[in-house]
Design a binder for this molecule. Structure first.
Ligand SMILES: Cc1cc2nc3c(=O)[nH]c(=O)nc-3n(C[C@H](O)[C@H](O)[C@H](O)COP(=O)(O)OP(=O)(O)OC[C@H]3O[C@@H](n4cnc5c(N)ncnc54)[C@H](O)[C@@H]3O)c2cc1C
Length: 504
């Protein structure tokens, strides 16, 4: 057993976790960061390119930016949080350019374009910044549960060092959960590590979740690849296999048309609305989008190619750990949450955070959580852990069987994307049965078992909230409850493990 002590423990080394660790270290805290993979190469950003909600501090531009998604999000967002995120993101991206020396591309007049980053380059620089700030990084070391003191204060976390095969415990004065969202092992690029571990750990110590009904993001990808870059499909036309146009299909509002068609037949696509200028800009902006096409010898602007929809769950949804104050506290003393692990309803409402908001949120919420965790720990010391949320008991059922059982309920378009109470209710009942299996014990190693347990728990919270929201709003669309009901313009929270509760 490896035993460590720190002021602040950060779990997760994506953008949210690295910004949290950097801010906590800058504030004078001794910081340990643990990552399931390799901090700098793991998670949804590291593998892709992300646009960022980086908006000049010009009142008109900011107003337009804030107004843009309010309607799509069902008016559940909060202007105060949006304004704070825009400020923090603007400062953070500029810091990335100056302190992190990020090589932003330049426009024809020589001005840097700071509205997007290449994930591998961004995360490489964040790892370097974090290390330079003195943060100790434990790679390949998934957290498997939080430790608490007798009074319920979070006192650190336990986990496993995958490569050494030993467990670890870090005693800490505050913990930031930045473990990303939950994509249910769907195969979406970079999301294999995003299995909802942070949500499970948080609920085990009494935190709540919010916006879980908005966890059904599905992204368009070429059928032969896992690269989901839906924004580029705004330049697309969609076709049936016989070459006729698929009416109503679209990247933003017409995704359910694509889903319905995919249930019975293939859907083809071509980015035929992009002119030469856009094509060049797209290649410059997101080179990894083109890799699978180049490898397969497909010109996506000229050739028809088959597409699919890949579930991204809470990664590009908005549900997650509910925050109880502006510093990203969770209501559990000493516990903070950031990035996709936390709810993004404050800036996205019920609509996807992909396409710029999530990246801004990861930076901003990570920064706030890191600063607050440092202040909390430096003022309050390091409580003595008396209780550890135990790993899932050892049993005979393979963890991968549980994952498959969860996927059978959450990946099909006609359960999770095209929703109806008559399909959601039996799916939730089956998931409750899967949870009973988890409770009986799983085989597959402590952290794999935790992943399976977390995916099961997230699926149950998601469908409980989806059934509670008795209307359609944002990305939550129910065939049996079409249209939004003004009475439902409010948040839904869920929690609990064996007995899941919901409050609206
Ligand atoms: C293909 C793709 C393109 C995207 N494009 C955009 C975009 O253009 N704009 C935008 O705003 N958003 C975009 N997003 C969303 C954006 O990538 C995420 O919102 C962002 O990565 C969230 O950062 P994060 O740090 O919270 O999570 P991640 O980047 O997913 O990082 C989570 C980290 O936590 C670690 N972890 C997980 N479990 C544990 C555990 N138990 N213990 C320790 N560590 C753990 C993981 O290894 C990983 O390093 C995109 C997502 C995808 C999949």
């Amino acid at each position: 057993m490896l035993e460590l002590e720190a002021d602040v423990l950060v779990a997760g080394g994506g953008p949210a976790g690295t910004w949290a660790a950097l801010r906590a270290a800058d504030a004078g805290a001794d910081v340990v960061l643990v990552d399931k993979g390799w901090c700098g190469a793991s998670g949804a950003t590291a593998a892709s390119g992300t646009s960022i909600w980086y908006v000049e501090p010009d009142p008109e531009a900011r107003e337009t930016a804030m107004a843009a998604r309010e309607g799509l999000g069902g008016y559940l967002s909060d202007r105060g949080w949006m304004a704070r995120v825009l400020d923090e993101t603007y400062a953070g991206v500029d810091e990335l350019a100056d302190r992190g020396r990020y090589p932003f591309p330049r426009d024809d007049e020589g001005h840097e374009i700071r509205r997007g980053v290449q994930g591998p380059e961004y995360m490489r620089r964040m790892r370097a910044l974090v290390r330079r700030a003195g943060v100790r990084i434990l790679d390949h070391s998934p957290l498997t549960g939080l430790l608490t003191a007798a009074d319920g204060h979070v006192a650190g976390a336990a986990g496993t060092r995958r490569q050494e095969g030993v467990d670890y415990r870090v005693r800490a004065g505050a913990v930031v959960l930045a473990t990303g969202g939950c994509a249910f092992g769907s195969g979406a690029l970079g999301c294999d590590v995003d299995t909802g571990d942070g949500a499970l750990a948080a609920v085990e110590v009494g935190a709540h979740l919010s916006g879980m009904e908005f966890s059904n993001a599905y992204a368009i990808a070429p059928a032969h690849s896992s690269v989901t870059k839906t924004a580029y499909y705004s330049y697309a036309s969609f076709y049936r296999a016989d070459g006729t146009i698929l009416d109503g299909a679209g990247s933003t509002r017409g995704r359910s048309v694509i889903a319905r068609t995919l249930l019975d037949e293939p859907v083809l696509c071509r980015l035929d609305h992009a002119g030469p200028v856009e094509q060049a800009a797209m290649r410059r902006g997101q080179p990894n989008f083109f890799l699978p096409f180049d490898r397969a010898g497909i010109d996506p602007f000229r050739d028809l190619f088959e597409i699919t929809l890949i579930a991204e769950g809470t990664v590009r949804g908005t549900g997650g750990i509910a925050l109880t104050s502006a510093d990203c506290a969770t209501g559990v003393p000493g516990l903070y949450a950031a990035g996709d692990a936390a709810s993004r309803e404050d800036i996205c409402g019920g609509f996807t955070g992909g396409g710029s908001h999530n990246a801004a949120w990861a930076l901003s919420s990570g920064s706030w959580a890191g600063r607050a965790a440092a202040a909390h720990a430096l003022a309050g010391g390091r409580p003595f852990p008396t209780t550890g949320a135990g790993p899932v008991p050892s049993g005979r059922t393979p963890a991968r069987d549980v994952v498959s059982a969860v996927q059978a309920e959450v990946l099909p378009y006609d359960i999770n994307l095209i929703r109806h109470g008559d399909r959601l209710r039996p799916a939730l009942e089956r998931l409750d049965g899967v949870w009973d299996t988890v409770r009986e014990g799983l085989d597959g190693g402590s952290w794999r078992a935790r992943e399976a347990a977390a995916m099961t728990a997230v699926a149950r919270w998601m469908y409980t909230a989806a059934l509670a929201r008795d209307e359609s709003r944002g990305m939550h669309k129910r065939e049996d409850r079409p249209g939004s009901d003004p009475a439902w313009q409010r948040r839904i929270t869920v929690g609990g493990l064996d007995d899941v509760w919901v409050a609206a």
